[in-house]
Design a protein around this ligand. Structure first.
Ligand code: GLA
Ligand code: GLA
Length: 665
């Protein structure tokens, strides 16, 4: 069943209202609710005293309406009794200060008492709800993240390092601790990368601490997974991740033990300079899909204006539905709105739900109700349909963490670099998988590895095998700079990829915004094009590669700026400079035409087209992100699942209109 629903907090509303809410949900076509992920104190009002009666009654009301339940384990918001009794469960920030009780996600993820109470509530919930047939699955905790710098974490970090490096000699060598006399003679001497160090820590220590914290949350999650798997075998287990924008955890590792990934999609956050950038939400969808190469859910889909202290603009008519369909267009098999009714109290009074504060079901509710009716008709035709991309972008959390530690340039952002490349493909309606550096790549015609900073032999071998067997790999600056311990490699850049690229970096120039540079291409349809570049310029020295572009200015005018190397059956392109949007649009346009990769048909800007495959049946999602009508010329005779119309030739899309097309045979 295609799952469509809402996040609901029965504990925040009078019990007489539950039935009314459940009826309105059922009227909207909802078939699932997520409950309880912040209700620890309602379920365990005192340590060891549990009360699930209220939740049983709420679940029974949903059962009566045919609405299934996902339960959240409530460990993101430990109750006051726990923090009061053991204040050390509260997290210590990077500046060494312990946070005060009063919000959520304020706990140290390593504190043994917090861990023990978390296992206890999870275990008790699991036992209680194991036999409840309305419950179908679990969300573990809520949006894992935040590093803790307390003494317990320091000790755990030391143990983690011991396991990773075995001996102190090994750690000292790999980290280069001889620098500034940091050579450790006892594991206990290793400190945390606190901001109170007064200067940046050893980059190796700082990167490993990020890995350690990421592993901490994965281990914490694993404890709950084991409890839930053993007590509730039929139930699925997921966690709500935060999309591409959050870089604090290795989401590939976090996603591994989950049945599927879900994530929280708030497109209002992607509003820049008065304009919504739908490619940002698309990138998050692709990145979340890529974590398991599998369809996903949106566990929190925007339901109204956002806001904690202040209120965002209100989503215009048709926008919430459009955004929710965009999730589906990229592979969501479940969409759950956050939240049902706008809270009257607490920190999120201005984070709007589908219903108003006073419980009225107005414009937003009606819009989503329309979608609910549509999904009752078409949901099963979409459910499970796969996305199939010919292009992949590699995302690396090792590299992200390394860039968090050393930005390389004030103008550089790994996330923006990747988003720029994604957006250039998105604008042409080319489906993109965002995958890990160790993913199987053979199915892709084109793989782009933006700033793949940290390389291992395994990653390099994966990329080499791909090119050797006929793939086209695109590499950009700051690739292959670091080893896994965050130490600069002892060979010319791009390090382990120099052979496959047939080129080395002779010298580089991290240019500031007041320095201009451009590169001129000499190849195919790019020949003669001069494109401005920015932020970083690698001056290249070919070692067998063909030069396809030169720098235009400064002392390295005329020097190679981009190369192409035949390697085995494939080729590796080295783009030596970071570009503007126009640069990536031109260069990727050239590469796509070289590889014969096209979208289904041409569309105006910001009319998004994605494809999902139900077996060999192609579902084309057409999403008009404009507030005005747009004309589109279809390439065949199609049936639109949503309107039930047959369409062909010139079609005028209404503002924010969505079509789901299948070819009429
Ligand atoms: C100062 C210090 C050196 C080195 C340089 C560059 O001059 O004395 O040890 O740190 O700055 O950072
Ligand atoms: C996140 C959280 C929700 C809620 C929303 C809106 O996605 O998971 O609990 O706080 O943000 O702020």
């Amino acid at each position: 069943m295609f799952r469509f629903g809402v996040d609901y907090y029965p504990e925040q509303w009078p019990e007489e209202r539950w039935e009314v809410d459940a009826q309105l949900m059922s009227d909207a076509g909802f078939n699932v609710v997520r409950l309880a992920e912040f209700a620890w104190v309602k379920m365990e009002p005192q340590e060891g005293v549990f009360d699930f009666n209220w939740l049983d009654r709420a679940i029974e009301i949903f059962n009566q309406k045919g609405i299934s339940v996902i339960l959240g384990t409530p460990t993101a918001s430990p109750p006051p009794w726990l923090a009061h009794k053991t204040p050390e469960i509260l997290r210590v920030r990077e500046d060494g200060q312990r946070v005060a009780y009063g919000a959520r996600r304020k706990n140290c993820p390593n504190h043994p008492i917090y861990r023990e109470r978390s296992r206890s509530i999870t275990n008790t919930m699991a036992e209680h709800f194991a036999g409840n047939t309305t419950v179908i699955g679990w969300q573990i905790d809520n949006e894992f993240g935040d590093r803790c710098y307390c003494d317990i974490c320091r000790k755990e970090f030391q143990t983690w390092l011991q396991q990773r490096y075995g001996t102190l000699d090994e750690l000292n060598t790999r980290w280069g601790t001889v620098f500034w006399s940091h050579t450790y003679s006892d594991w206990e001497q290793i400190s945390l990368p606190l901001s109170t160090l007064g200067a940046p820590p050893n980059p190796s220590l700082a990167l490993d601490f990020r890995r350690f914290m990421s592993d901490t949350y994965i281990a914490f999650q694993q404890e709950q997974i084991e409890i839930l798997r053993s007590k509730c075998p039929p139930h699925f287990i997921t966690h709500n991740l935060m999309g591409f924008g959050y870089g604090g955890l290795d989401y590939f590792d976090l996603a591994k033990p989950l049945d599927f990934v879900s994530w929280d999609n708030y497109p209002i956050g992607f509003w820049h300079e008065g304009k919504y950038t739908p490619s940002s939400a698309a990138l998050s969808h692709s990145a979340m899909h890529g974590l398991k190469d599998k369809n996903f859910w949106v566990m929190e889909q925007q339901a109204g204006p956002s806001g904690w202290q202040t209120v965002s603009f209100t989503p215009r008519p048709g926008v919430l539905r459009l955004w929710a369909y965009q999730s589906i267009a990229h592979g969501a098999d479940g969409v759950v709105f956050f939240r049902w009714r706008t809270a009257r109290f607490g920190a999120e009074q201005y984070w709007h739900g589908l219903l108003e504060h006073d419980g009225r079901a107005g414009r937003r509710y009606n819009e989503i109700k329309q979608m609910g009716a549509e999904l009752i008709r078409v949901g099963n035709q979409i459910l499970g349909a796969e996305t199939k991309s010919k292009v992949a972008i590699i995302q690396s959390y090792h590299s992200r963490f390394a860039f968090q530690v050393q930005g390389n340039s004030d103008e550089f952002s790994y996330e923006k670099h990747l988003a720029q490349i994604y957006s250039a493909l998105w604008k042409r309606n080319i489906g993109v998988d965002v995958v890990s550096s160790t993913a199987t790549l053979f199915k892709y015609d084109l793989v782009i590895a933006p700033a793949l900073h940290v390389l291992t032999d395994e990653i390099a071998a994966n990329l080499l095998d791909y090119v050797r067997s006929g793939g086209t790999l695109v590499v950009t600056p700051r690739t292959g700079v670091k080893d896994i311990a965050n130490v600069v490699v002892n060979q010319p850049l791009p390090g382990l990829l120099a052979d496959v690229c047939g080129v080395v970096v002779e010298e580089y120039d991290a240019i500031t915004p007041d320095l201009t540079q451009a590169i001129t291409f000499d190849v195919d349809e790019l020949a003669g094009q001069s494109l401005p570049v920015q932020t970083w310029c690698d001056i290249l020295l070919p070692q067998g590669a063909e030069v396809i572009a030169h720098y235009a200015q400064d002392y390295y005018a005329g020097k190679p700026a981009a190369t192409r190397n035949q390697f085995g059956q494939g080729q590796a392109i080295y783009l030596g400079a970071l570009g503007t949007d126009a640069f990536y649009e031109s260069v990727l346009g050239w590469l796509l035409s070289q590889k014969g990769i096209k979208s289904s048909f041409e569309a105006p800007a910001d009319v998004e087209i994605t494809v999902r495959w139900q077996g060999d049946k192609r579902l084309l999602f057409v999403l008009n992100h404009h507030s005005e009508t747009q004309d589109l010329t279809l390439d065949a005779l199609y049936f639109d699942l949503l309107s039930g119309r047959t369409v062909t030739g010139l079609v005028t899309l209404a503002p924010r209109e969505v079509l789901i097309l299948t070819v009429v045979k």
